[in-house]
Design a protein around this ligand. Structure first.
Ligand code: 13P
Length: 298
């Protein structure tokens, strides 16, 4: 996949992603694809995102972007990993020309509106135009920090899909919600609310990021067991909303203090298809170690 082809959808164009079935995110290995979904671990293409949040200035952004490499197969080939960086908006166009082949560009957010008098907002089509392949929707720093609601996020997903972007929908519970036994109910409700109005057929490229709020930027990581259990909740809800097939093809990635030391253990779990990484994605060697852990899944 290349970010230099904004007029084709890198997530869905079979010519730019020859070994991944764009309708399913599944490797096109005939052995894996003819098996029953539950019997074949690790067959979803790994996805590792580096969410740079509101960090770095131009010179640092360029140096970091230049240091990131996708494993062989990153252009859609076998054994590859979808590696995506999410720089701050002002640096998307700065980053794009210096990315190595196979490393994709993503936006940290998009507007729920298509275009018009919305000062300070960024439209999904603009992200696409500047070379983005995907966009984060509903990060907890926007749900909780800016009061974004599931209804708003559903509209943002619509804009992302209309623009040909892969929506990376973030869900996750707060510490109070987890400690009061409501984590799985919260995840379920966020998915139902954010995906409301969207048909299975439109959501073929959807990625869900499970990011427990209490693990973000705290150094406190969900255990692989806890993360895997939450990911099963995600799939159960997707199955109820759509179909078993859909729930098995969607990539569900984990975010929350993923680092070079804990990535291998998390990404060894069948349920965890990749990571959405904040702080550790700002350190080139740490991010490389996380990508390497993901590539061992494929
Ligand atoms: P940290 O990896 O810094 O905890 O951030 C996770 C995150 O919010 C990624 O979107």
């Amino acid at each position: 996949m290349t970010p230099s082809t904004p007029t084709t959808n890198p997530a869905t164009n079979p010519t730019t992603n020859p070994t991944t079935n764009p309708a399913t995110n599944l490797a096109t290995n005939p052995v894996t694809n003819t098996s029953t979904p539950a019997a074949v671990p690790f067959r979803r293409r790994p996805f590792v995102g580096g969410n740079w949040k509101m960090n770095l200035l131009a010179a640092e952004v360029v140096a970091l972007a230049e240091s990131i490499a996708a494993p062989s197969g990153g252009d859609g080939g076998a054994g590859g990993v979808d590696v995506v960086v999410f720089p701050p908006f002002p640096y998307l166009a700065t980053v794009r020309p210096v990315l190595k082949p196979g490393v994709q560009l993503g936006g940290q957010d998009c507007s729920a509106e298509k275009q018009g008098a919305f000062t300070g907002q960024v439209g999904a089509a603009m992200l696409r135009d500047v070379g983005c392949a995907s966009v984060l929707i509903g990060h907890s720093e926007r749900r909780h920090g800016l009061g974004e609601t599931d209804a708003l996020l559903s509209r943002k997903i619509g804009q992302a899909l209309d623009a040909g972007l892969v929506p990376v929908l973030c869900v996750g519970e707060t510490l109070a919600e987890r400690e009061s036994g409501r984590a799985h109910g919260v995840i379920d409700a966020q998915l139902r609310g954010s995906l409301a109005g969207h048909a299975e057929s439109a959501l073929a490229t959807l990625v869900v990021a499970y990011e427990p709020v209490w693990a973000i930027g705290t150094g406190r990581t969900a255990t692989p067991d806890d993360a895997a259990e939450a990911h099963r909740t995600v799939r159960r809800t997707l199955k109820e909303l759509y179909s078993a097939r859909f729930s098995e093809q969607v990539r569900v990635i984990y975010g929350g203090s993923v680092n070079a030391r804990n990535a291998a253990e998390l990404l060894a779990r069948e349920e965890i298809d990749g990571g959405l990484v904040g702080g550790a994605s700002l350190v080139a060697s740490d991010f490389a170690a996380i990508i390497a852990a993901a590539s061992r899944r494929s």
